[in-house]
Structure formats: structure tokens, C-alpha cells
Design a protein around this ligand. Structure first.
Ligand code: PLP
Length: 386
């Protein structure tokens, strides 16, 4: 645990660490064992067993994750999708209704559209910028409100403080996916959210080499989430947990570099004559810039753009860049570039994509931590070729 007011650099390094560590080790080891001796009378959920999320390496990781978000408690999951499904399964029962942002990560949106009905949940997708829409959609059965800090791929920032306040007033559990911002740029629990979760696969891990998730919140809510996870079984293996904890130690340094690179690249692109639009909340031209500037401590590493030459020019840019890897996903040290209409949102109907602004020519960039000058030089030479 860290004292309030410590910088994220310090929390990332020291949060949750055991001092002294086992055998005096500076690095918490991987306890790979599934079996531990158990005292008589130990309750089921307290038996040390990997699927029950109660072994030493898991408890260490949970403390580190909780420190990152300034939470009372946290639990790690096998993926970001395991984090969101387990969080929702912990707060919703059959017959319940849920408000959800109309611009969610594709996997979360698909889960709600394909599985929520089978679980007896009803879901209404609402515009996160319009409080009157939330009030109109709320029913006596509404139990939760699910949103994301920065949406994909237009990088919109909804009225998040107002959503947390609305949920509190109406007795709903507010749940937020903080993957795109990371705790370095936004601390949802301090802003009034009840549960926050991450795809640890992205910024928390940070090196494009693991799949993990995490849920953070009050001790009471996280106890419910952990018991649900114990039953559904989406626990994180200690090996992946070790990589996640290692990645977290450099989270603050990396995210500040991601922020700076995205800001520099967004500024360069916005001024380029081949570029029709840049979506980055750090730019004054972004529709949520003023709100985001008051809410976030950094605008993140993700941006998207459109070119004057349309979809053909977009593909030509992907073919011409040298540093970025053409790949979906995000949050790693290397810059990634993708066309969402052909990857993350390919499963959507074209008319739905257009309505959400995910046009065929849209390009998304996950800015890595390379030198900003090198990224700009590379985009400059690539834009000269289209
Ligand atoms: C990737 C991602 C997820 C899902 O995470 P996985 O680790 O791939 O299961 C959820 N939300 C957001 C915003 C994501 O980017």
C-alpha cells in the first residue's frame, strides 16, 4: 500500500511489494504451486488454490493492482473479457437491466448483444454525453451503468463524473473500463466509480506478451467479484501474473512516453495537408477536449485519423509506414497501426460502423514509446507516398 499523494512512478514500483520479500528477494517470485497445506476450518474461498485466486503470487499481484487504482481491493483475471464479464456477473441477476455506453470495446459490445439476453439481463445502450438519455433509459430494474474512459476508435470522453454521480444517486453500480487511459491518466474510483477494470493485456502489461485482466473496487464488491471468478474459473495463471507485475513497475514511465508521442504525432498529423481529420482528446479541435482536460491527467497514447484520399489512401499509408507494426490491439511499447473497419469492427454491419464514425478510411494508431521525432519522420515519408 502507498501513502496518498505519492506519484504514480513510485506507486508502480513499490505498490503492493513485500518488504522484505520472500528470502529477501527484491522481486516477488512465482509461486507456481497449486497445492498448499490448509489449516482445519478454512473456508472454501480461502483455500490457497490458483483457481480460487488465493495463492501467494496472486495475493501479491492483487495488492499491486489495488495500489495502482487507489482501491481497497483488486482481483486479477485471465483476460480483459474475463474482467468485464465477471464484474457484471457479480452485480447483475436475471431480470436486471443495465445501462451501457453506445460506444464500447467490440468484445464487450458483442458479449452484451449475444449473451446478456441468455442470462436474463436487459441492456440499453446510451449516449454517454447526454444525461437526459440516462434518466430516460433507467427503469426500476436497472442495476448497473457500464462505460469506458476513452472510447475506441474516436477517442471520445463521456461525461464520466456526471455518470458516477447519476449512478450513486440512482443506486446503480457504476462500472468503468479504464484500459485506454490507464491509472496514470485517470483514477476512476477517486472520481466516484464503484468498479473499474482493465485489459491488462494492453498498458498494464505493456509489452504485447501477455493476456490478463483486473477488477478494482471496494473490499466488499471485490469479494463478490472474486467469489464469482472462483466459480466461473477465469483465474490468472501465476506465470502471466509475474509478467503483469513486472510490466506494471514501468507503467508510469511508459504511459507518460505514450502520452507525449501521441500528442506530438497528433499535432503533426493535424497540420498535414493529406490528413482530413485527427481524433485525439489532447487536440483543441477534439469535441471533448475541454472536458477531458479537466478530467484526465494525460490524454493517452491512442489516436485515429482520416486521410483526404479515403480508404485507398489509408491502405497506402499502412503499406508505407516502416516503424509501426500493422496490427490490432494496443498499449505495447511498439507503435501499432490498423484500420478498425477491417479488423476490430469488421464484424459490425457497415451501416452501424458508419453511424459510429468507424468509416472505411479510418486509421487507428497505438503510439509506442519510440522517439517522437522518429515516428513523425516515418509518418512524413509514408504520407509523401500515398
Ligand atoms: C482489449 C480490450 C478489452 C479486452 O481485453 P482482452 O485482454 O483482450 O480480453 C476490453 N476493453 C478494452 C477497452 C480493450 O482494449
Amino acid at each position: 500500500m502507498h501513502a496518498d499523494g505519492e506519484s504514480m512512478e513510485t506507486v508502480a514500483v513499490h505498490g503492493g511489494e513485500r518488504r522484505p520479500g520472500p528470502e529477501g528477494s527484491a522481486v516477488y517470485p512465482i509461486y507456481q504451486g497449486t497445492v498448499y497445506s490448509v489449516a482445519p476450518g478454512t473456508g472454501y474461498h480461502d483455500i490457497p488454490y490458483i483457481r480460487l485466486n488465493s495463492t501467494p503470487s496472486q495475493r501479491y499481484l492483487h495488492d499491486k493492482l489495488a495500489a495502482l487504482e487507489g482501491a481497497e481491493a483488486a482481483v486479477a483475471t485471465a483476460s480483459g473479457m474475463a474482467a468485464v464479464t465477471t464484474a457484471l456477473l457479480s452485480v447483475l441477476r436475471a431480470g436486471d437491466h443495465l445501462l451501457a455506453s453506445d460506444c464500447l470495446y467490440g468484445g464487450t459490445h458483442d458479449f452484451l448483444t449475444h449473451h446478456a439476453g441468455d442470462l436474463g439481463w436487459r441492456c440499453t445502450f446510451v449516449d454517454v454525453h447526454r444525461p437526459e438519455a440516462w434518466a430516460a433509459a433507467r427503469t426500476p430494474q436497472t442495476k448497473a451503468f457500464l462505460v469506458e474512459t476513452i472510447t475506441n476508435p474516436l477517442m471520445r470522453v463521456g461525461r464520466l463524473r456526471e455518470i458516477a454521480d447519476f449512478a450513486r444517486r440512482e443506486g446503480l453500480v457504476s462500472v468503468i473500463d479504464n484500459t485506454f487511459a490507464s491509472p496514470v491518466n485517470f483514477r476512476p474510483l477517486a472520481a466516484g466509480f464503484d468498479l473499474c477494470f482493465h485489459s491488462g493485456t494492453k498498458y498494464l502489461g505493456g509489452h504485447s506478451d501477455l493476456v490478463a485482466g483486473a477488477v478494482m473496487g471496494s473490499a466488499e464488491l471485490i469479494d463478490r467479484v472474486r467469489r464469482t471468478l472462483n466459480h466461473y474459473g477465469g483465474s490468472l495463471d501465476p506465470h502471466a501474473g509475474f509478467l503483469l507485475a513486472r510490466g506494471i513497475k514501468t507503467l508510469a514511465l511508459r504511459v507518460r512516453a505514450h502520452n507525449a508521442n501521441a500528442m506530438a504525432l497528433a499535432g503533426f498529423l493535424a497540420a498535414h495537408r493529406e490528413v482530413a481529420a485527427v481524433n485525439y482528446p489532447g487536440l483543441a479541435s477534439h469535441p471533448d477536449h475541454a472536458y477531458a482536460a479537466g478530467l484526465l491527467s494525460g490524454f493517452g497514447g491512442m489516436l485515429s485519423l482520416r486521410l483526404r484520399g479515403g480508404a485507398a489512401a489509408a491502405q497506402a499509408l499502412l503499406d508505407a509506414v516502416r516503424l509501426p507494426l500493422v496490427a490490432p490491439s494496443l498499449g505495447g511499447v511498439e507503435t501499432l497501426i490498423t484500420r478498425p473497419a477491417t479488423t476490430s469492427h469488421a464484424g459490425m454491419r457497415p451501416e452501424d460502423r458508419e453511424r459510429l464514425g468507424i468509416t472505411a478510411d479510418l486509421i487507428r494508431v497505438s503510439c509506442g514509446i519510440e522517439g517522437a521525432k522518429d515516428l513523425i519522420t516515418d509518418f512524413d515519408q509514408a504520407l509523401a507516398k500515398i
